[in-house]
Design a protein around this ligand. Sequence first.
Ligand SMILES: C[S@@+](CC[C@H](N)C(=O)[O-])C[C@H]1O[C@@H](n2cnc3c(N)ncnc32)[C@H](O)[C@@H]1O
Length: 445
Amino acid sequence: MDASFLSLLQCPQTKKDLRFFQDQLVSQDNKNKYPIWDQVPWVFPEPDHFAFYWQNKKNEFLNFHKIGAQNIGVELKSGKNLSSLTVSRLELLKKAHETNFQNLSTILKSLDQRGDAGYEVTIPSHQSLHIYRKNIFRDWGWETKENKISVDLITEVLGVNWTPARFCVLGAGASRLAMDLHKEFRLPLTVAVDFNPLLLMVADKMLKGERLFLYDFSAAAVEIESVVKLYELKSPLGPMQNFYLLCADVTDLPFKPYQFQSVLTPWLIDILPFNFRLLAQRVNQMLEIGGDWINFGPMGFSHQEEAFNLTRPEVHEQMRECGFELEIEKVSQMKYLSADDEVNSRNETVYVFKAKKIETVAVDGFSYLPSWLTDMNQAIPLSEALKQHQQLIRFHADLFHSINGHVSVNQIAHLFSSHYKLPVETARSMALSVLRQYEESLKRK
Ligand SMILES: C[S@@+](CC[C@H](N)C(=O)[O-])C[C@H]1O[C@@H](n2cnc3c(N)ncnc32)[C@H](O)[C@@H]1O
């Protein structure tokens, strides 16, 4: 493992140096060990728990393709009167599921190493392995101008003479942008951080000049041939020195303080589970004084707490409070995840800024989960929201349990009307709405 990369890292538990020993990173007291899979170090406070989380997600993802292929196999064999065109479309889909199952199993092989169950993992459960699969195709498969447009937009803000000694990209995904900038500006050292192993494993293969084959599924194909398309993923960038991938959580980064001269947050600020201020503090802690924070991406914040869904002037305000001085900014329109045959590409307004760190600020802690979810001996608070949820769940449970093959909706409505002290009409419309949703859900993909 490269010494200059290793020297940036610290043990998330002891906050001291890490050393490379027997294919892993180890804390000085030998107590904490961090695996290196496909040359990507996994430096989380509890790497085993993170591995366990992603192994489950891997099984979910592979099952999606396995079961997809099986179900189509059943449809093909069902003896239904399928036209030869429909048979050929189903066969294409089946092959695509089978190929992706095989190829993804190979790409994700190192995730087979065992992790231990742990419940305090900070990854939001909607973060699946495939949530950003389109980004993989955009980065390494599609014919698209989007990657070049992104570099050009950022270059307008950086200027052509930008050459930080140490550059870090947070939420780098499959890492095309990070690699493009590393190459374009001939950077001496770049670290690309993400917590999604699939994206990093693909990035690792691209870095090594390997080729991968994956099918992309169209959400709204017009022609049979465009239902699925096989892409060869490969890097056009050639060999790359001093570019490092790191599997870590932006919430709790394993870097020694003030190691970087530049940090980029591409399409990240609005999708994190914590607010902008907490991110700004963490970026501040990564940078040396005079270092710059570059942002690129939309302002699609979606926090439940409206106060956190910032606009540009509020971002300025918080940036200043977190030790940054805005140097230059630009608002631009661009297509996101765009390719000629991509039906789901989006038009986005992106906010690009460069801000200089002028002072160091304290970093507030962040806990994603409430303490009663991580300390299982703590009482679970009974909030108003939870009480409402209980009522809803009770209604659903009673409704589905009352179905025994003999009762009708009208009989259930009368039963519930007297049980819940509701007018019969209200009980009927509640029961109908739940049962309709259930029936409809069976018909959708
Ligand atoms: C919207 S995607 C953008 C990816 C990439 N920057 C791009 O433009 O294609 C957000 C990325 O942030 C990563 N991410 C989200 N939360 C993270 C966290 N707490 N720590 C590390 N990576 C995170 C996701 O895995 C994903 O790759």
